[in-house]
Design a protein around this ligand. Sequence first.
Ligand code: ADP
Ligand code: MG
Length: 764
Amino acid sequence: MSQKTERIAIEGMHCANCSALIQKMVGRMEGVQECSVNFAANNGTVTYDSDATSISQVIQTIVDLGYGATVIPKENRAAFDQERRAKEAAQHKHDLRLFVMSLALTCVIMIVSMTPLGMNLTMPLATAVYGADHTHEQMMLVMNVVCLVLTIPIQFVAGLRFYRGAWGALKARAANMDTLVAVGTTIAFAYSLYVTLSPTTAGTMAPFETSAMLITFVQLGKMLEARAKGRAGEAVEELMSLAPKIAHVHRAGEVVDLPADDLRVGDVVDVRPGEKIPVDGVVVQGSSSVDESMLTGEPMPQEKSTGDEVTGATINGNGTLGVRATRVGAESTLSRIVEMVEQAQGSRPQIQQLADRIAAVFVPAILTLGLVTFVGWILYAAGNGGIDGASFERALMAGVSVIVVACPCALGLATPTAVMVGTGRGAEQGILIKDGDALQEAGKIRRVVFDKTGTLTQGMPMVVGVAYGDEASEEDVIRFAAALEKGSEHPLARAILMYASEHDVEVPAGMVTDFEAKAGKGVVGRVDGELFGFGNERLVRDLTGAGLPAWCTEFASEGMGAHATTMYLVFASFGVAGAIAAADQAKQSAAEGVRQLREMGCEVYLLTGDAKGSARHVARQVGVEETNVMAEVLPGQKAERVAELIDVEHERLVAMVGDGINDTPALATADVGIAMSAGSDAALEVGQIVLMHDDVRDVAKAIALSKATMRKIHQNFAWALGYNLLLVPLAAFGILPPELSSACMALSSVSVVTNSLLLRRAKI
Ligand code: ADP
Ligand code: MG
């Protein structure tokens, strides 16, 4: 079985029922494992078994339901998006034209049917048809026919999309917002037609303005909604626009300007002063300072010269750089960030399921309620002097009004728009919230567990001291330690290797065999067949079965050593030969970040594999209480320690903030896993929230953002439901006429989307 995941752009969704419908029908297809459709973002993600079905079958299913669907390509996204935006713009234009037509016609209908001017205007027509001595009935018939002719384009041209949508839903035995609009307006139209044609109602004005105004208002609402939806998705567009479009590429000895999308791995590009770097790559020529703030948040430009890595979309300073492309297209850093943001924006928090469930029963319930209203009014009329034309019309209009005012579009927009704006807002600030549940839960975090190295500290330890026993020299200790660390990617390894090169200690290649990294302990290997290692006290115990000699304990507890991580060079045969202490600085943001969390009422913990001494030192620096320090924890146990903090009722949630591979189990165990982006890919993968700027203060920001977003979602629900609760009775009792209902409905969607957009200004 081969599993594939594709993203699909979907056109023509009108409401949350549309997305729910597509999700249901595609989800039912054989071979489809998962399908999630986002109404607010106009796209969906499908995971399927490519042996059992194909993406074209999935597309066909969506098209059969009456929507447009295209696979979003992984390469050349810029071109695709441009095309998609052009299509959307054309659609907006088309909608606008239809709306203007409807509006103009509706105005004429209202003038004809409701003002004295109407009589004057139609009089010549009546005279032409029936002669100067036409009756009042004949005059009315002429006016009604004029209105009928004016209403037809609104009902069946502008209103076609509602019929189409309703038909698509009906085929799938579902009902949606289009169903309500189609049913409501058709009833109103059919009734007007009846009034016009039936001899029993001769001499009465047919209420064509009802369905005309209804459709016009719904169109207006949809247009405003589409515009607002577009704005909710701007974060991704802004990110994409960071990438330069053109690259100066060396091809066959010449420099040519090509679209940046056409670059291949290995291409060398020129980056001139002030230009954006078009690809991820390595500097092969020149040197310059590069502004990487859009990715790292670091305001100081970084010096780059031959051999240094650079990232696409960062801005070159004053020098000219030659850059060899190492990652292009979908692999590039920027594409991966965009993907993460899109994933975040499309994700559905649990609360959305509640909305979906409500929406599913909503439409049938409202249709029933409309019917009940109609029957109620008829019964009332029957009991109060019998049913006549006027009372029948009143009953019908009340029923239509109920159906129209209760449209669930605001309900459907409540969650996705807030999620889009909230996650977009986060992305702008370097906080990527990858899944909807994390967005929902982060606000409930009450305990935050920090990994030390690379999370609270800079992760750039520096060697601060070397000690050695009788059998070795300082140079030997450094050489053997460095030889082992060549195989490790731990920040401590970097410190040792840097120290070795600074002190010109030669480390012969191939000196160590059988290299192995011992997580949470250190590294081991063999030299001339003899087992030796470099790591902490645990490793010493593992290799020799004994504890530390006195001189080591002394070194580790004195002077700089007391604040540093001490590692020991140990041989299985004769014990510890030397010790190296490396100290890591707390991040500048750490103390402030911890303080903010505590101010929010969070308990803060420190969890590290490092020794107690250096753990406590960092804890003091950043303001974590000593009782909350958990040191010398092996990687495998980190998850257990986090699990112990988790509250069974799931009310006071636990977040784990980490960066390393050794943190991944703990990140996965915590209620919310937060990864620092400078960390390992594994941590980025597992973390539900990624902090792009590696700033400790962003943990508090993420929590605040979650709270603000959830508050918006709840407000939106209150709006959408409260609105119905208030207006449905008004409509049912005939106080709210259908045309006002449709205006109110448009207003409710727009107010929900606008409320979500306010999140962009929320202080976090
Ligand atoms: P943290 O929990 O702070 O991220 P780790 O679990 O990665 O730390 O490591 C815990 C301890 O194990 C370190 O403090 C160090 O003493 C030892 N250690 C791990 N990797 C290495 C290495 N490559 N070289 C030396 N010591 C190491
Ligand atoms: Mg770490």
